[in-house]
Design a binder for this molecule. Structure first.
Ligand code: SF4
Ligand code: SF4
Length: 264
């Protein structure tokens, strides 16, 4: 398969949020106005301005002891990305996959709702991990792009470069998978329940020591979820090929249809 991958060892994360800040800094994403919600997690959720977010969750175990779980969340760069199939149905070229690294990149064509295409999709309808977010002002969808510009310049992704604890690792996929398995065996000596999250289907491989729901509901994607997103995108594509939607008079006058903008 080849390409690149991240290995994210959650057993080492201290939630310092260096990666979240480094991501914002490199991508020149603005700060967001937030309020205290009784949690150190800030902001409350991913957004078009915060494409990497360190989630904080508190959990009480069976003995009543408090455990704190940290989950630096980002796009998983799926091997077969549902977002690519769904977005490109509405706006061809909206999502591309870099052949060398496998990075899944949303382009400036990722505007799915326009005056002509009145599609209102949620993130969960694009992605089994509920990751991409739409800028409400511009309509542009966005997410992590693996810092492809940095990688092509021989640098590490900003989040990996900034991580002081060894949680974030990045490199050739085979090396990252080997590192993930080695660390899993080590961590399981203390936490026998430790596991890797969806290692075969994503390029961001998390090593987890707690139940998935103790990190976040979107830690794992079920195979069913992923295959239904892919199947519905492929089914819609086939349907469009055999039964193209009717053009409105306005669309015909404008010479526009199905996501491509052509000159009349
Ligand atoms: S995690 Fe979601 S946004 Fe990222 S590549 Fe997979 S489907 Fe696309
Ligand atoms: S920089 Fe590393 S240790 Fe700090 S929050 Fe991010 S992943 Fe965790």
């Amino acid at each position: 398969m080849g390409g690149k991958s991240f290995f994210v060892d959650l057993s080492l994360c201290t939630a310092c949020r260096g990666c979240q800040v480094a991501c914002k800094q490199w991508k020149r994403l603005p700060a967001e106005k937030t309020r205290n919600r009784g949690s150190h997690q800030n902001p409350a959720d991913l957004s078009s301005k915060t494409i990497r977010l360190v989630r904080f969750t508190e959990e009480r175990d069976k003995k009543g002891a408090l455990n704190w779980h940290f989950f630096p969340e980002q796009c998983r760069h799926c091997i077969e990305p549902p977002c690519k199939y769904v977005c490109n149905l509405y706006a061809p070229g909206a999502v591309v996959q870099d052949a060398e690294t496998g990075a899944v990149v949303m382009t400036d064509r990722a505007i799915l709702r326009t005056a002509v295409r009145r599609v209102n999709l949620t993130s969960s309808q694009l992605c089994p991990y509920n990751v991409p977010r739409m800028d409400e002002e511009t309509g542009l969808w966005s997410k992590c792009d693996m810092c492809l510009d940095r990688i092509q310049a021989g640098m590490l992704p900003a989040c990996v470069q900034s991580c002081p604890t060894g949680t974030m690792n990045f490199g050739d996929r085979d090396d990252m998978l080997a590192l993930a398995k080695k660390r899993l065996a080590e961590v399981q000596k203390k936490h026998p329940q430790a596991y890797l999250a969806d290692p075969e289907s994503v390029r961001v491989i998390y090593l987890c020591t707690a139940e998935p729901e103790n990190y976040h509901e979107s830690l794992l994607a079920s195979a069913h979820q992923t295959s239904s997103l892919l199947a519905s995108a492929k089914g819609e594509k086939a349907l469009r090929a055999t039964h193209p939607p009717k053009l409105s008079r306005r669309d015909i006058m404008r010479g526009r249809f199905g996501g491509d903008t052509k000159k009349a």
